[in-house]
Design a protein around this ligand. Structure first.
Ligand code: SAM
Length: 217
């Protein structure tokens, strides 16, 4: 019965917050309809899990607004064959979406506490195509490169060059870049001839990406 309440809330979230704002990618919409977002936050926050805003997940971090997760994921243009690098595992919710839509997900989180919780949730839900690393995600995951898609869910002062190096030809990088208070979301495509194409998507506000090629502690 309680599960039904969340299924209804999830359907409403997709219709009113995501489809209504113009996101049409059928695979992204299906993943967001399927994944029980409430299981990625504390039980006290379950009644708010499908609302149109970010929520605290501990360690001063947040699970992103559902719409921004859908938007970033749709710009990755995943077809199911990709190796994806995700920076900022957080609650693991976006990781689950990526695991539904790509072949393999490599996710990096600097907080050991958050990573442990995210992995427990993702294991319980049966997402076994995910590899986890605790550490500074600004250096990427060079041993596993190249990636056909890279998504960064914390804001950098500039695009860390390891992401450009580790992006496959034809690959897409989605990343917020700006100061600590507000940023622009960018999509950077590495064309098959190796040149980069940069598109500004929208203004946004993320927690800082802290690390060697991000913000200082
Ligand atoms: N996508 C996540 C979700 O669905 O819950 C939300 C991510 S939260 C907005 C950003 C995360 O990036 C935080 O958990 C933070 O600890 C992490 N982070 C910040 N700097 C990082 C770094 N250099 N490497 C890895 N993770 C980092």
């Amino acid at each position: 019965m309680a599960q039904d309440i969340y299924a209804i809330a999830r359907e409403r979230m997709v219709r009113e917050q995501i489809e209504a704002r113009g996101i049409k990618n059928a695979r992204v919409l299906a993943a967001m309809r399927k994944i029980p977002r409430h299981l990625f936050v504390d039980e006290a926050l379950w009644p708010q899990a499908y609302n149109d805003y970010p929520l605290p997940i501990g360690e001063g971090q947040t699970i992103s607004q559902p719409y921004i997760v859908a938007l970033m994921t749709s710009f990755l243009e995943l077809e199911g064959t990709e190796k994806v690098l995700e920076i900022g595992t957080g609650s693991g919710y976006q990781t689950a979406i990526l695991a539904e839509l790509a072949q393999r997900v490599f996710t990096i989180e600097r907080s050991k506490t958050l990573m442990k919780r995210a992995k427990t949730t993702l294991d319980r839900l049966g997402y076994f195509n995910v590899a986890y690393k605790v550490g500074d995600g600004t250096v990427g995951w060079p041993e596993m490169a190249p990636f056909q898609a890279i998504v960064v869910t914390a804001a950098a002062p500039d695009v860390p060059f390891p992401y450009i190096e580790q992006l496959d030809k034809g690959g897409r990088l989605v990343i917020p870049v700006g100061d600590r208070l507000s940023q622009m979301l960018y999509k950077i495509t590495k064309l098959t001839n190796g040149t980069l194409q940069k598109e500004s998507l929208c203004g946004c506000r993320f927690v800082p990406l802290v690390g060697a090629y991000g913000w200082p502690e």
